[in-house]
Design a protein around this ligand. Structure first.
Ligand SMILES: [Zn+2]
Length: 255
């Protein structure tokens, strides 16, 4: 449901570029929330988890079109080693696992076969195709595996702190943008994230985003889950969700 084939991704990105869309980064999004204007055709592209195919397929496509994306890393998953081949770089591409096989590989301690390496992350940053932000350190749903609210808050706080430390050490900085594992959050999660210094919280909720809410408070960011569908699907969804009244009516009917 939440993976896109390389051919559909390439077609979607080619369409965005041709239609005059420009991609924005985390700082531009934060400025827009604070009241700065953005061109009408602005879009943010996000990837969760840091899968290897972000390097093999998404990075060269974004580069070809002058687009950029955000990737939310589970900071305990990326490995060491040299960069692998990506599409168009020459050389044999590394084998890519499907989503379930990738999850199983991570579970079995072979994350390197499914997840980006730090060297690839550095190369993507240097090329300007990707920014990297936190998706926690462990991806564990602490609400499901702890027995008290107190324990849940402590484990999540430690998870967020560790993620920040890794990003700081590896990338030279950790931003205030955080993506919730599986889109889950509750009041304890929100306060833990705010205490850890996160202000921009990416959900799996669909719908319009609005600028100019309370200054300084954390804000939840809606996203459109892009399907493995042709350009016409993406174009129609962008049309709907960039018109707040139509987006709300569409979501009401869908529910
Ligand atoms: Zn995730």
């Amino acid at each position: 449901m939440i993976t896109v084939s390389p051919s559909h991704f390439a077609a979607q990105m080619a369409w965005l570029a041709k239609a005059g869309y420009r991609t924005i980064g985390s700082e531009q999004l934060a400025a827009w929330f604070a009241g700065e204007p953005l061109p009408q055709k602005s879009v943010m592209i996000t990837f969760d988890d840091g899968y290897l195919d972000n390097w093999v397929h998404a990075h060269p496509v974004l580069k070809a079109h002058g687009l950029s994306a955000l990737c939310f890393l589970v900071t305990s998953w990326p490995g060491e080693g040299a960069t692998r081949a990506h599409a168009g770089s020459g050389g044999a591409l590394p084998p890519l696992l499907d989503h379930h096989a990738g999850e199983a590989a991570i579970e079995n301690g072979s994350a390197d076969s499914a997840i980006l390496r730090w060297s690839e992350i550095d190369a993507m940053r240097a090329a300007g195709t990707f920014e990297f932000h936190s998706h926690t350190h462990s991806h564990v749903r602490w609400d499901k595996v702890t027995t008290s609210a107190q324990e849940k808050r402590e484990r999540l706080a430690a998870d967020l702190a560790e993620s920040r430390e890794v990003l700081q050490a590896r990338l030279g900085g950790a931003s205030d943008h955080l993506c919730w594992p599986q889109g889950y959050y509750d009041d304890d999660y929100l306060s833990a994230a705010q205490q850890a210094g996160f202000r921009h919280l990416y959900t799996c909720e669909v719908g319009p985003n609005y600028p100019r809410r309370e200054a300084g408070a954390a804000r939840s960011i809606s996203r459109l889950e892009v399907r493995d569908r042709p350009v016409s699907w993406l174009a129609s969804r962008l049309w709907v969700h960039t018109r707040p009244a139509i987006s709300r009516a569409y979501l009401r009917i869908k529910r």
